[in-house]
Design a protein around this ligand. Structure first.
Ligand SMILES: [Mg+2]
Length: 191
């Protein structure tokens, strides 16, 4: 099977990592409960920043957010490794900007994710992901973001699975809370 993954907030806990970073940088102590109630992908509202200030904060923190010590979600690395060992083809499709693509690939490798470089795609806008997913003819695709997932509804052969987040609970797709649940959808024993 061909199995594709978004990276940020699907395989790795990026927003929560950034949330802690914002607390540090802004010298605040906004509790994590606020994070878990956010209904947008963006986190800046929790810090009473405007959209413009939020974008500025995100961009000025990007180096830290992307390439420091953001943790993968529990069992994410192990699950993808298991799928790869079972003979599945693993693809990554991230909208991280082109300028950060190669470093993201290397960073993902150091986290332990199995990566074939020709199956690692980056630098596309949310609405462009669908073209890649159709072209590659994925059997399964995992993502968290409503703007992406909505373009993937009823798209032929690809089964789209949502990684549960506070801002995507209104979407009606098969859903995982934890990466250990993937075994309910895809055979990880195989070959
Ligand atoms: Mg994402």
């Amino acid at each position: 099977m061909k199995i594709g993954f978004d990276i940020d907030d699907t395989l790795i806990n990026l927003r929560e990592y950034a949330f802690h970073l914002y607390n540090e940088k802004l010298n605040k102590e906004v509790p994590l409960a606020v994070f878990h109630r956010l209904e947008r992908v963006e986190i800046h509202e929790a810090f009473e920043l405007t959209d413009e200030q939020g974008a500025e904060m995100w961009n000025s923190s990007l180096e830290d957010i992307y390439f420091n010590s953001c943790p993968p979600f529990p069992d994410a690395v192990e699950t993808v490794q298991k799928l790869e060992k079972s003979g599945h083809e693993i693809f990554y499709i991230t909208s991280r900007p082109k300028a950060h693509g190669e470093r993201t690939l290397e960073w993902m490798k150091t986290q332990g994710f199995p990566i074939e470089e020709e199956r690692f795609f980056y630098g596309m806008k949310d609405h462009e992901k669908i073209r890649f997913i159709e072209k590659i003819e994925l059997d399964y695709y995992f993502d968290d973001k409503p703007e992406v997932l909505n373009t993937l509804a009823d798209k032929g052969k690809t089964t789209v699975i949502v990684k549960d987040q506070s801002y995507n609970r209104h979407l009606n797709f098969p859903r995982i809370q934890e990466w250990s649940e993937v075994e309910n959808f895809i055979d990880t024993e195989g070959f």
